[in-house]
Design a binder for this molecule. Structure first.
Ligand code: OSB
Ligand code: MG
Length: 368
């Protein structure tokens, strides 16, 4: 594949309600978007899942943009042969930055699949035409407001609720949600907000029959998660810690996690995400697809991934309306708690250019 043009842009989309987590409150989503045009004139799109600030992981929008322009794009443009499979090896000498690297690989993948008239779901090995939806619920201003928000999602048809927790907002909100909906599949996500000494506090969550506790401790604290797993009955599920196939292998071998949240951006792209899926399927480890408040572009690709056989738990693959009044693509609409897996070419979605241009704050074109 030859690259004729790469277009980078940042857009800003307001959220329908503030999304508060232990790492801060998001009120709008700034997204770095990439459009690639091949030598044959085929176009591919992707979005970078990095947030505006390095608060979920070390990556952030402006940093990704700089690295892509300064290092990654020149390396790809000067490669004698460029394929989707060669993107990761070509960029491997630059350390870290899986999200920025995944953005490049995914746009090329979309373009390549469009050239081959093939869907991403087919390419990845999906075996479902629709996937069940979960929703991630932020830390609310009060318990009544949390209950009202959750009630809305349950009325919408979501099949699984995930509550964001942090010290001071854990047992009580979880107890209240469980009291109102005794049967709903329920899980929590701490985004690294607890410490190794919090085992006894987190063990209090065992009474609520949660599916899992997501990333209670620091990203780098694999030993701490393994120790915690022996103090709580609820399964531990790692998110931030799983930055590669090797990290997944390590965390499983050390018994720090028994379920894995797969986010393609966090692991460097869809090819690595499938490798982690395959490992977990082989080892009987359930996986589910995480979310990064994606627009329809990133959501489309995630929905295809979530249709693989090992994704046995509902993911944070919500409808577009969970975060946005208006999405930049044809929206993802839930039917009876399911989203249809795109089955047209590539990722199955393209941006509405008029709307995209209207929310674009920066745009730059790079050629060979
Ligand atoms: O930890 O899963 C997370 C959003 C941004 C960054 C990290 C996370 C989240 C979410 C929301 O929980 C996921 C989504 O629905 O897109
Ligand atoms: Mg998480």
């Amino acid at each position: 594949m030859k690259i004729a043009e790469l277009e980078l842009r940042t857009i800003n989309l307001p959220l329908v309600r503030p999304f508060r987590t232990s790492f801060g409150t998001q009120t709008a989503r700034e997204v770095l978007m990439l459009k690639v045009t091949t030598g044959d004139g085929v176009v591919g799109w992707s979005e970078c899942v990095a947030l505006s600030e390095p608060v979920y992981s070390p990556e952030y929008v402006a940093g990704c943009l700089d690295e892509m322009k300064r290092f990654f794009i020149p390396a790809l443009l000067s490669a004698p042969v460029l394929t989707v499979e060669s993107v990761a090896p070509l960029l491997a000498g630059f350390l870290g930055s899986p999200m920025a690297k995944a953005t490049l690989e995914t746009a090329l993948l979309d373009a390549q699949l469009r050239a081959e008239n093939r869907s991403l779901a087919d390419f990845l090995g999906a075996n479902k035409s629709k996937i069940p939806c979960g929703v991630s619920v932020g830390i609310a201003p009060s318990i009544p407001q949390l209950i009202e928000e959750v009630a809305g999602y349950i009325k919408d048809g979501y099949k699984r609720i995930k509550l964001k927790i942090e010290p001071g907002w854990d047992i009580e909100p979880v107890a209240e949600v469980r009291r109102n909906w005794p049967e709903i599949p329920l899980q929590v996500d701490a985004n690294q907000a607890y410490s190794r000494s919090d085992g006894p506090q987190l063990a209090k969550l065992d009474q609520f029959e949660l599916l899992l506790i997501e990333q209670p401790l620091d990203e780098h604290d694999i030993l701490g998660h393994a120790q915690l797993a022996r103090q709580v009955r609820t399964p531990i599920c790692l998110d931030e810690s799983i930055v590669s196939l090797r990290a997944a292998e390590d965390a499983l071998a050390l018994k720090a996690t028994t379920i894995i949240n797969i986010k393609p951006g966090r692991v460097g792209g869809y090819l690595e995400a499938v490798r982690i899926h395959d490992l977990c399927l082989n080892e009987g480890i359930p996986v589910w697809c995480g979310g990064m408040i994606e627009t329809g572009i990133g959501r489309a690709a995630n929905v295809a991934l979530a249709a693989l056989p090992g994704f046995t738990l509902p993911g944070d693959t919500s409808a577009s309306s969970r975060f946005f009044l208006r999405d930049i693509t044809e929206p993802f609409v839930m039917h009876d708690g399911f989203l249809d897996v795109p089955n047209t070419v590539g990722i199955g979605r393209t941006p509405d250019m008029e709307f995209l241009n209207s929310i674009t704050s920066y745009k730059e074109s790079i050629g060979p």
